[in-house]
Design a protein around this ligand. Sequence first.
Ligand code: FE
Ligand code: ZN
Ligand code: FE
Ligand code: FE
Length: 189
Amino acid sequence: MKVDNLRELLVEELKDLYSAENQLLKALPKMAKAATSPELKRAFESHLKETKGQVERLDQVFTVLDASPKGKKCKAMEGLVEEGSEWMKEDADPDVMDAGLIACAQRVEHYEIAGYGCVRTYAELLGETKVAALLQKTREEEGAADEKLTKLAQTINVEANEEEDEDEEEARPARGRKKASKKRQLVSR
Ligand code: FE
Ligand code: ZN
Ligand code: FE
Ligand code: FE
């Protein structure tokens, strides 16, 4: 396919984002289900709601540009979602599972931030003010979602680094023993 100008590149990139967002609509409920922390569950659920709005915003953008959202599959998001699915199949400690879910989700948010930043800038250059504003709004939501995950990680990562059984912790003050032996198992596998 020949892509002659920035407007056509804008449409191609928007199709990619449209595919990415639609893949996330299916992945986020699974991530919410896999999360144990109620705050993390809520974060995924509220980002699912936001994502629905982002798809609607993209629909508006395609209408303004008189283009079709169809015809592209975002392979990067397919890969990120696949990595998330693989992680959710692991037999992980609940806190460790949550920490890993955050790691997957932050990769997704950063991908989206990069994508929306690019298309927003193209739209500005092309004088598509309305489109640029819609894309900037989503760019900000993705940024806020990423920041929220960073904030949740500040407690969840610490919990993932603690002994899982508190009674055991009292009986056996040598911290990290259980995790250490787990680590050895992993290495020797
Ligand atoms: Fe999104
Ligand atoms: Zn993409
Ligand atoms: Fe892509
Ligand atoms: Fe997002």
